[in-house]
Design a protein around this ligand. Structure first.
Ligand code: SAM
Length: 378
């Protein structure tokens, strides 16, 4: 029923990332019909969602619109959901999960909306097929998203299933890792494309260096994942999916002419980062070393140097970090001539300790914390 149907596709993202997601969507040849702070609407078929899931670096979930309707009560929600021919979409023995976002006076409990929608799907499947699909909270197979605002409701198939930020390479996360989609957006914001050196002192679990390597190679981040929501649909087109993957694998074989260096003062962090890079298939491209950020090698020529120091959430912590930020400013000035330097931080007072004039500032959110990517021409 669905493969050839064109519908709206909502691609969600974290706050601050929408401009980068928009560029990515346009570069892939899709239009952008509308955009808001945490998502964009494009248009396409279910097969297009395979491509978007495979290639987008900064998107969170790719949601294919099944139905939009007037919805004034839980009864409307049940009846309109029941009318969708779920038996054509979901295999009888599948496991389904419903995720709702509700902003409506007749319902105060999101769980109740989840339950109503799930009941409608399951009741219809039982009536049409005689079998009852399993359901639960784990987003691993069929995921259905409901957005219900005032008197309008939208039901989407979540073709990603789990969030795209979970690339599958970060087996050892450590503390305070950057989400993969955020790291990718931050690198896209620097304009890095593999045609200069990339240096990442304070690499932690290696997310920035790994995402940089994927970008430099032109490797689709979705190649690293083996499970997507669309794979569980009745009409999953295996041939099309494998042809897409094959095509992207061919494009990912580029050799790099420039170096990617990642260092951290903790052996444990460097070990984890190296393992994560191996899982991502980019370990041969990244040179890892345990050292203080001040001793990180800066290759001659042009390059990007980026640091994501701790920001110190509690009183006292920030005071201890002041020397680190002063040190970063000195490191830029003494060792990174000819490079463009970047700091990603959620502490703007500490950022001032760098004592260099920032030439650009991009707002991001790391979870709920407002952060800045600050640029310095050194
Ligand atoms: C906020 S974490 C970086 C997280 C990283 N972006 C990720 O995605 O995992 C900051 C890192 O800086 C490292 N670090 C702290 N002081 C350092 C120093 N003086 N030299 C080098 N690394 C340092 C810590 O070990 C920690 O891994």
């Amino acid at each position: 029923m669905i493969p050839d149907t064109t519908s709206n596709i909502l691609i969600t993202c974290a706050r601050g990332i929408a401009p980068f997601l928009k560029k990515e969507i346009l570069n892939l040849g899709f239009s952008v019909k509308s955009s808001h702070e945490t998502g964009l609407v494009t248009e396409g078929t279910l097969l297009d969602t395979y491509n978007l899931n495979l290639r987008l670096r900064t998107g969170y979930n790719v949601l294919f619109l099944l139905k939009e309707f007037r919805c004034e009560s839980p009864k409307d929600l049940y009846e309109e959901t029941y009318k969708i021919t779920w038996e054509d979409i979901i295999p009888e023995d599948e496991y389904i999960t419903v995720v709702s976002q509700v902003d409506n006076l007749t319902i105060t409990n999101v769980m109740f909306a989840n339950q109503k929608l799930k009941d409608a799907v399951v009741d219809r499947m039982v009536k049409q097929t005689g079998q009852r699909p399993k359901s639960g909270p784990e987003r691993r197979n069929i995921v259905i998203n409901l957005y219900w605002k005032d008197t309008r409701a939208w039901i989407y198939l979540n073709t990603s299933g789990g969030k795209l930020a979970d690339r599958g390479y970060r087996k050892i996360p450590l503390s305070a890792p950057m989400q993969e989609t955020l790291a990718s957006a931050v690198i896209l914001a620097t304009g890095y494309d593999g045609a200069r050196h990339f240096v990442n002192p304070m690499c932690g679990s290696g997310t920035l260096a790994i995402e940089a390597a994927l970008i430099a190679l032109g490797k689709a981040p979705g190649l690293l994942r083996s499970n997507y929501g669309f794979m569980h649909l009745k009409d999953f087109d295996t041939d099309y999916w494998y042809a897409l993957r094959k095509d992207m694998l061919k494009k990912a074989g580029k050799k790099l002419d420039f170096r990617i260096i990642a260092t951290d003062i903790r052996q444990q962090a460097v070990d984890a980062a190296a393992k994560n890079a191996k899982t991502a298939g980019v370990d041969q491209l990244i040179e890892f070393k345990v050292c203080d950020f001040r001793n990180t090698e800066i290759p001659a020529g042009k390059g990007t140097v980026i640091l994501n120091p701790e920001y110190g959430k509690r009183m006292g912590e920030a005071a201890k970090l002041a020397d680190v930020y002063v040190g970063i400013g000195d490191f830029f000035k003494k060792k990174c001539g000819g490079y463009t330097g970047y700091i990603f931080t959620g502490n703007f007072d500490l950022a001032k300790k760098i004592r260099l004039i920032s030439r650009g500032s991009t707002k991001f959110y790391n979870g709920k914390i407002e952060c800045r990517l600050l640029k310095y021409n050194i």
